[in-house]
Design a protein around this ligand. Structure first.
Ligand code: 13P
Ligand code: SF4
Length: 313
C-alpha cells in the first residue's frame, strides 16, 4: 500500500476542503502540521464563537470530542466532522453526566457554571458555560449572594474563587491530566537557570504552580500577554502545543516548556489532542465521517448554557 507523505496529504486535504466546502477549526494544542491546514486556529472560546460564524456546510473539528460537540450544539444544521472520536479529554471524562446530576441535586437553588470541557450531557445540566478565557466574567455576572456550583475543573474553580473572594461556590473534583502534572520543584529549578524568564501558566494548573507564575490565563490570554510583555524569555506552564503558535507570532522571543513531574512521559502534551493527524483528517473529509450526532433535546438544553456564556460581555 502506498503511504501518503505529508505534502501529498496536505494537498489532498486542501482539495477536499474546496470540493466539499468544508472548513477546518483547530485548537492550539493540536500537532503543528494539523494547525497548518486549519482555516481557523483558536482557544476554546474563540473556536466556539467562530463555529457560529462558519459559512460552509461542513465543519471539521481538529480537537477533542467536547469541542466538536460544542460546534454541533451551536450549528445543528451543519455537518460537524470529528476525525478521531477516541480523542476524549480527561477533564470532561472526570465529570459523568449522571453523577453530575446527582451532585447537582444535593445543592438545590445553586446556579451551575461549567467549563466548556464537559460532555454535552453536563452542558445540558448547566446554567451558564465558561472557558478559561471568560470564567471570571461569567462568575462575576452572577449576583454575589447566589450560590454557585462550578464544574469540572477544581483548579480553575479554586483560582476563580480566590480572585472573586466568593465563598458560596462548591467545586466538582475534576482535573486535566496535562495541567496537573507540572512539577513545582522542576519549575523553580528552571526559573533559577533562566532568571530573566517570566512564567506563564494556565489556570488548570495546581495552585502551587499558579502562585509562582507571573501571568495566569487561558491559551489566548497567554499568547497575547507574551506579545505585550517586554521580556524575551518565557517559561510556559501549559500544554506544549501552544509553543508552535508562540514561535510563529513572536520569532524573536524564547519559549521554554515547563517539564512535567515525570519527564519521560511527555505528559505536557495532551495525548488526546495529538490523536488528530493529517491522515485521519484526510480520511474524515473523504468519507464525511465520523460525524457528531446529538440527541436534539439534550442539544437544545446544552445550547442554552453556551449561548448564556456567549452573551456575557
Ligand atoms: P483554553 O480555554 O485555554 O482553550 O483551554 C482548553 C483546554 O483544553 C485546556 O486544557
Ligand atoms: Fe482536556 Fe487537558 Fe487535553 Fe485540555 S489538555 S483537552 S483539558 S485533557
Amino acid at each position: 500500500m502506498k503511504v501518503d507523505n505529508s505534502a501529498q496529504l496536505v494537498r489532498r486535504i486542501e482539495r477536499l476542503k474546496r470540493e466539499k466546502r468544508a472548513v477546518i477549526l483547530a485548537h492550539y494544542y493540536t500537532l503543528p502540521e494539523v494547525q497548518a491546514v486549519a482555516d481557523f486556529l483558536g482557544d476554546s472560546l474563540a473556536l466556539s464563537v467562530q463555529a457560529q460564524k462558519v459559512d460552509a456546510p461542513i465543519i471539521l473539528f481538529a480537537g477533542v470530542n467536547f469541542m466538536a460537540e460544542t460546534a454541533k450544539v451551536l450549528c445543528p444544521d451543519k455537518k460537524v466532522l470529528l476525525p478521531c472520536p477516541e480523542a476524549g479529554c480527561s477533564l470532561a471524562e472526570s465529570c459523568d453526566a449522571r453523577d453530575f446530576a446527582a451532585f447537582k441535586a444535593r445543592y438545590p437553588g445553586y446556579k451551575v457554571v461549567s467549563y466548556v470541557n464537559t460532555t454535552v450531557g453536563v452542558k445540558a445540566l448547566t446554567d451558564i458555560c465558561c472557558t478559561s478565557s471568560n470564567a471570571m466574567k461569567v462568575v462575576q455576572s452572577i449576583p454575589k449572594d447566589q450560590p454557585v456550583i462550578f464544574a469540572p475543573d477544581r483548579n480553575l474553580g479554586s483560582y476563580i474563587q480566590k480572585l472573586t473572594g466568593r465563598r458560596n461556590m462548591v467545586l466538582w473534583d475534576g482535573a486535566c491530566h496535562v495541567h496537573e502534572e507540572f512539577s513545582l520543584e522542576k519549575l523553580l529549578a528552571l526559573k533559577k537557570q533562566h532568571p530573566l524568564a517570566r512564567v506563564v501558566a494556565h489556570p488548570e494548573c495546581r495552585a502551587y504552580i499558579l502562585d509562582v507564575a507571573d501571568f495566569v490565563g487561558s491559551t489566548a490570554a497567554i499568547l497575547d500577554w507574551c506579545g505585550a510583555s517586554e521580556a524575551r524569555e518565557f517559561i510556559v506552564v501549559t500544554e506544549a502545543g501552544i509553543l508552535a503558535e508562540m514561535k510563529r507570532r513572536y520569532p524573536e522571543k524564547v519559549f521554554i516548556p515547563a517539564p512535567p513531574d515525570d519527564e519521560t512521559c511527555a505528559c505536557n502534551n495532551c495525548r488526546y489532542m495529538k490523536m488528530v493527524t493529517l491522515e485521519n483528517i484526510a480520511a474524515c473529509l473523504e468519507n464525511e465521517s465520523p460525524e457528531v450526532v446529538l440527541d436534539e433535546e439534550v442539544r437544545r438544553r446544552a445550547e442554552r448554557s453556551i449561548r448564556n456564556m456567549i452573551a456575557v460581555k
